[in-house]
Design a protein around this ligand. Structure first.
Ligand SMILES: C[S@@+](CC[C@H](N)C(=O)[O-])C[C@H]1O[C@@H](n2cnc3c(N)ncnc32)[C@H](O)[C@@H]1O
Length: 509
């Protein structure tokens, strides 16, 4: 396929990018003109949407989990609401194939987490799209990276996919004449390497394949962000998080930016089959954040950092006393701490969960760098809980606890400034969380005569600025998504706060 062909794909409603190719990245996108932060780069309709792999039983049209009902035509999972809707996705796509082949859906024991038969649905939808839009397949999907060689090396998974998907579609679903095993395995790989996770308006996860936007290169400090819109047929919009120059590579994060390098590398290696060599991964201090640094056990002031951060078995060395430890030892410590955090995270949202998170954060002071990603994840839990859990509701928080919530937000924002610069969704969430204690502290400070009227106004204006930025970031989210709803809440808070500040009057100064 010629690279320039792809830029003319009819599924692109907006395109300010071009396709380039390199030995390291394969194909990737660049900005084809200077782009301001927040501006739209690409807008694309998906080629296919469907259930995620290794999932539970769900409705094949609305993705509601744990449905008991079955399609009245083929017997596969479909909620009664969708069954009564003649234009549901399942009916339009695989239902006829399953009916014709009399492919029976086998029930699994209640509570089963993996219903292997459902793994064939998304690949089947892509195969049906191939038949319906052969040009699009040829130009856009067939060239997508699918890492066949590396996937074959993971023999157990390769075998399970061959049996559960390729052989199932060709056998019981009677599609052997239409799709070869090789083709089906290619589609499975294309989905694994390139599909994006999305959420329905109700928040249920699914995956979508965007043949153009899907070729973005990965970087652990992304410069683009996506929003996927269930109310517009799962259209994707890609925006610049920061200003971009013409020709600049567009970078997206395929992994969780608030994980440490070893965790991100493992995720990329196992799911996307490459080693990331971005600036952040190559720097043991993760851009001076010390996001993975451990406290040295031999001296009081040193930090242990990996000698070769992208190597799986790199030794870790103290920068102060040169004490060295093995990657295995570090892995074990991190795994033990992570297990403690997971156990706390699994507790009900309540005061115990909050107090345990604080306890762990104190305990880890002697083991981890204060900015370590495990400490950061505890801070995020705490931010969510202060102001919401029983005994720690916003009106019950003392000034000291309000200060605590604000300082937790600032610490997370400091890390986000480096790993997700510009218009980041996580930044927006933290800005919202930060504005609340700031407003309450300003008001209580004024009431207690610790703040003058002018100072009160200045602090409220600071909170207004946080909300403005929060709305600026979240305004592009699907209105019914969790982030879209928060945007509405932030807009209301912004309006009320602006009215309050205007009502303060100049006599306060
Ligand atoms: C979603 S695809 C991107 C499109 C792909 N380059 C293509 O030509 O179809 C992901 C794959 O691109 C390559 N890739 C993306 N970002 C990379 C990076 N930062 N370093 C190395 N390879 C990368 C890897 O092969 C990865 O599995």
């Amino acid at each position: 396929m010629s690279v320039s062909n792809m830029t003319a794909t009819p599924a692109l409603e907006v395109n300010r990018t071009a396709v380039e190719c390199s030995r390291i990245y394969g194909r990737f996108l660049v900005a084809n003109e200077p782009v301001q932060r927040g501006e739209l780069l690409v807008q694309e309709q998906p080629l296919a949407i469907g259930p995620k792999c290794n999932g539970y039983v769900l409705c094949l049209a609305c993705y509601r989990p744990d449905v008991q009902e079955r399609c009245s035509l083929c017997g596969w999972p479909l909620c009664s609401l969708c069954d009564g809707n003649a234009s549901n996705q399942h009916l339009e796509l695989e239902c006829a194939v399953l009916q014709l082949a009399k492919a029976r859906f086998y029930e699994m024991p209640a509570g089963s987490l993996h219903w292997p038969q459902l793994d064939c649905i998304m690949p089947l939808r892509v195969l049906l799209a191939k038949e319906a839009q052969p040009e699009r397949w040829l130009n856009e999907v067939a060239p997508m990276e699918h890492h066949e060689q590396a996937r074959r090396e993971n023999a157990d998974v390769w075998h399970a996919d061959r049996v559960n998907i390729a052989q199932y579609l060709r056998g019981p679903c009677k599609l052997a004449e239409r799709f070869s095993e090789e083709l089906i395995m290619q589609v499975v790989g294309v989905l694994e390497v390139n599909a994006f996770e999305a959420r329905t308006s109700q928040g249920y996860p699914l995956r979508c394949l965007y043949p153009y936007t899907g070729i973005l290169a990965h970087n652990c400090v992304p410069n683009t962000a996506r929003t996927i819109h269930p109310s517009e047929g799962y259209k994707i919009r890609l925006r610049a998080m920061v200003a971009l120059e013409a020709g600049q590579q567009l970078q997206h994060s395929y992994t969780y930016t608030l994980d440490g390098t070893a965790q991100r590398q493992a995720h990329l290696r196992e799911g996307k089959y490459f080693t990331c060599s971005c600036e952040r991964c190559l720097d043991a201090s993760e851009l001076q954040t010390h996001f993975s640094s451990m406290k040295c056990g031999q001296c009081t002031e040193g930090w242990l950092l990996p000698k070769h951060p992208t190597a799986m078995n790199s030794s870790w060395n103290c920068r102060a006393c040169d004490h060295s430890t093995s990657s295995e030892e570090v892995r074990q410590i991190v795994a033990a701490l992570q297990a403690e955090v997971n156990a706390v995270q699994a507790l009900d949202m309540g005061p115990k969960r909050l107090e345990e998170s604080e306890r762990l954060l104190r305990k880890y002071k002697s083991l981890l760098h204060p900015s370590h990603y495990i400490a950061t994840s505890l801070r995020q839990l705490l931010i969510e809980m202060y102001g919401r859990v029983q005994g720690y509701e916003m009106v019950q928080l003392t000034d000291q606890l309000l200060e605590r919530k604000a300082s937790l937000c600032r610490e997370v924002l400091r890390v986000l400034n480096i790993f997700e610069p510009g218009l980041s969704r996580a930044r927006a969430m933290n800005l919202y969380e930060l504005h609340v204690p700031l407003v309450l502290l300003a008001k209580s400070g004024f009431i207690a005569s610790k703040l003058s009227g002018g100072e009160l106004r200045a602090r409220l204006v600071d909170a207004i600025d946080l909300l403005k930025e929060c709305v600026e970031i979240l305004q592009h989210e699907d209105q019914r998504s969790q982030e879209g709803i928060l945007c509405g809440v932030a807009k209301q808070a912004l309006q009320q706060l602006t009215i309050s500040v205007e009502g303060l009057g100049s006599e306060l100064d």
